[in-house]
Design a protein around this ligand. Structure first.
Ligand code: FCB
Length: 455
């Protein structure tokens, strides 16, 4: 099973999950600093204060990426390193760090893929309403322009937002992520302002130079009915609307899904503050779509459900994990067919857009064995099946151009803290020692041979 020579194999990560050094070189505070330091929000009270200490270990981490033969590296820029207050004054030391990172990648022939927003909003902007405030979209475009002007010579791939559904709904609807609000009206407003920020940032970047590839990354989850019942089919349709169409439709079709807007309206939830012209801004063409795929939702109707922190409770729906499914350490089902399904659906419903898988991977209960290795067979088998699922979509005409495995290093898994390990490389947090797992060697082999054995 071969992939083209120029298929972009890489790994993905995010600033707050690995960098540490949260008070260094002028970095401002982000909503994730505040949230992780609030008791009860993150498992075991873990924070990103040190994380993988990547900020200080940059060169060695880059050497390890080169050793594994990665062709691309997706990372995110911490907005509060660039603009500590979220707007205005620029912190040169912050830009210098990402300059060193980009130079280090290029020196090792690794293609940088840069995400502008992977959830670390400057706290100062949150204090003024954060993503529920329209001005944040404008601030985001200003910040995007600053980073673009500094790095657009050397970075070809630009992603405005990572997973706006998570930022909006886990952050504002269900309270599981920073900033921790629990209000569907805020989640809808945040959705709109995130997407508007994406559109405004695209304009700002395109006007500076238009020879790079600009896109956005969504976490997409097909939603299946849990039982063969009309009520479950409808619930799955609502979940699909909130989780997928609420993001795909405005970007590709210039409209929000009517069924979801009316569902919330009928329940007295304030509509998102859409101004004339916003949807034109949001739907300006993108050069590629980034897809993060982890699993399909299996959904039951849950009319008795009180809105709670449980995702989709406000939609009178509940996600279940089928008993028969193999589960990852996150409790997520292993479901490679969902990847083929979502890639085909994008092509069929939204058109022939170049796609990059910008995240896919699994958490494993890894441990270092007495010989000092980490034998993560489950991760190898997971990646193997998902690469095949991606290949199947390509054979049916999907224009898939690259694959970023989540993640290079074990890291701070948001509300789960350090309890969940997603890395190809094991991190001993006490010593910061890096140990490439069996999956890292296996992946290096896939990259080198441009594919997989057919059996
Ligand atoms: C995605 C996030 C990423 C990581 C993986 C496991 O939702 O984008 O930061 O936490 O899940």
């Amino acid at each position: 099973m071969r992939f083209d020579e120029d298929f972009l194999w890489g790994t993905a990560t995010a600033s707050y999950q690995i960098e540490g050094a949260v008070k260094e070189d002028g970095r401002g505070t982000s909503i994730w600093d505040t949230f992780s330091h609030t008791p009860g929000k993150v498992l075991h009270g873990d924070t990103g204060d040190i994380a993988c200490d990547h900020y200080h270990r940059l060169e060695k981490d880059l050497d390890l990426m080169a050793e594994l033969g990665l062709k691309a590296y997706r990372f995110s820029v911490a907005w509060p390193r660039i603009q500590p207050d979220g707007s205005g004054a620029v912190n040169q030391a912050g830009l210098d760090f990402y300059r060193r990172l980009v130079d280090g990648l290029k020196a090792r022939s690794i293609e940088p893929m840069l995400t502008l927003y992977h959830w670390d909003l400057p706290q100062k902007l949150e204090d003024q309403g954060g993503w529920t405030n329209r001005e944040t979209s404008e601030c985001f475009a200003e910040y995007a322009g600053i980073v673009y002007d500094a790095l657009s010579e050397d970075v070809k791939f630009w992603i405005t937002l990572n997973e706006p559904w998570v930022a909006a709904w886990l952050g504002h609807g269900y309270g599981l992520h920073a900033p921790g609000h629990r209000d569907p009206a805020k989640a809808l407003a945040a959705t709109h302002h995130l997407l508007l920020g994406h559109g405004l940032a695209m304009q700002r970047m395109r006007s500076a130079r238009d020879d790079n590839r600009l896109g956005v990354t969504f976490n997409l989850h097909p939603a299946l009915p849990g039982r063969d019942r009309e009520a479950d089919r409808e619930a799955a349709r609502r979940v699909d609307g909130q989780a997928n169409r609420l993001y795909l439709d405005p970007v590709f079709k210039g409209s929000y899904p009517e069924d979801i807007l009316s569902f919330y309206k009928e329940r007295g939830v304030e509509a998102p503050p859409i101004h004339d012209g916003d949807l034109e801004t949001i739907s300006a063409p993108i050069d590629f779509l980034g897809v993060n795929y982890y699993f399909r939702h299996t959904i039951r109707d849950a009319p008795e459900e009180e809105p709670s922190q449980e995702p989709f409770s406000d939609l009178n729906a509940r996600g279940i994990v089928p008993h028969a499914a193999e589960k990852t350490a996150m409790g997520w089902p292993v479901d490679p067919d969902g990847l083929t399904e979502i890639l085909m659906r994008i092509k069929e419903e939204y058109g022939d857009i170049p796609i990059y898988i910008t995240e896919n991977g699994r958490a494993v209960h890894d441990y270092v064995d007495p010989e000092g290795g980490v034998d993560d067979e489950e991760r190898i088998s997971y990646l193997n099946s998902h690469f095949r699922a991606a290949h199947a979509a390509m054979e049916q005409g999907v224009d898939l151009r690259g694959y970023m495995v989540w993640s290079f290093l074990d890291n701070f898994e948001w509300a789960e803290g350090y309890s969940k390990r997603f890395g190809l490389v094991h991190v001993e947090y006490g010593t910061q020692q890096r140990i490439p797992k069996a999956s890292a060697r296996w992946y290096a082999d896939v990259i080198q041979h441009r594919g997989l054995e057919t059996v």
